[in-house]
Design a protein around this ligand. Structure first.
Ligand code: C5P
Length: 232
């Protein structure tokens, strides 16, 4: 299975992304485009980064009625991205519809992964705001199992959950894990963090790394270090 480092390009403009990528010359990192960048620049940013040879995780976290998600996914599939995602909370029917929409006439499609519970949701807010009273960890694993049953390829989760997700959903079910920091680095707003090397030991398939690379004094060195620690 392909393992890789995905660089979260959390910038507000195309110019800022290109300026950042110019600091990693000779490399074509797998990049994550999130809502901020996509809503600012639209599909043009996806097409341009594809043209430059990057693999793309389009992190738009779709969540709507099945028919709407199916049609939106068909549009995203036409952009030739490599990974897209949605909220497992949209239900199994929505996830199945999404897969249908993503699948091209020749049977190919981007990988589709699910967000389980956002890491910004804790036990208290889940109980109070969502009226879900099961333990958070159990909810995450149940959503992952539902995503697997719907035919999805994996989930976004913490590296600390990757082992359990693989135990429940199988070794082939992808775990895409943010919350990665270098051993001596700033945590920022991430609470539970692991190093790239530890994420590998815990079974992550892809690590998503933003500020430790994008805000580094030497982004090229930080990216190389992530690759070294995670892949070698
Ligand atoms: O800068 P940092 O390494 O914290 O960036 C992590 C990226 O992963 C951000 O784009 C963030 O939105 C995303 N993410 C996350 N936690 C999740 C899901 C996505 O940090 N549970």
């Amino acid at each position: 299975m392909a393992k890789d480092v995905i660089v979260a390009c959390d910038f507000a403009s195309a110019e800022a992304v290109y300026a950042f990528l110019d600091k990693i010359p000779g490399q074509k990192p797998f990049v994550k485009i999130g809502m901020e960048l996509y809503y600012a620049e639209g599909p043009a940013i996806v097409r341009e980064l594809k043209r430059r040879g990057h693999k793309i995780f389009l992190d738009l976290k779709l969540h709507d009625i099945p028919n709407t998600v199916k049609k939106a996914m068909a549009v995203l599939s036409g952009l030739d991205v490599d990974i897209v995602n949605l909220h497992a909370a949209g239900t199994r029917a929505m996830m199945e519809a999404a897969l249908e929409g993503l699948t091209r006439p020749d049977g190919s499609r981007p990988l589709l992964i699910a967000v389980t519970q956002l890491t910004s949701t804790d036990q208290e807010s889940m109980e109070r705001d969502l009226l879900i009273h099961e333990p958070l960890e159990r909810v995450v694993l149940h959503y992952a199992a539902t995503a697997k049953a719907a035919g999805l390829d994996g989930v976004v989760c913490s590296p600390l959950e990757a082992g359990q997700v693989h135990a429940v959903c199988g070794a082939e079910f992808l775990t895409v894990t943010p919350g990665v920091r270098f051993a001596e680095g700033e945590k920022g707003d991430q609470k539970r963090v692991t190093t790239p090397a530890r994420a590998r030991e815990l079974g992550s398939d892809y690590i998503v790394v933003g500020r430790p690379i994008t805000a580094a004094a030497d982004p090229a060195a930080a990216y190389e270090r992530c690759i070294d620690e995670f892949l070698n």
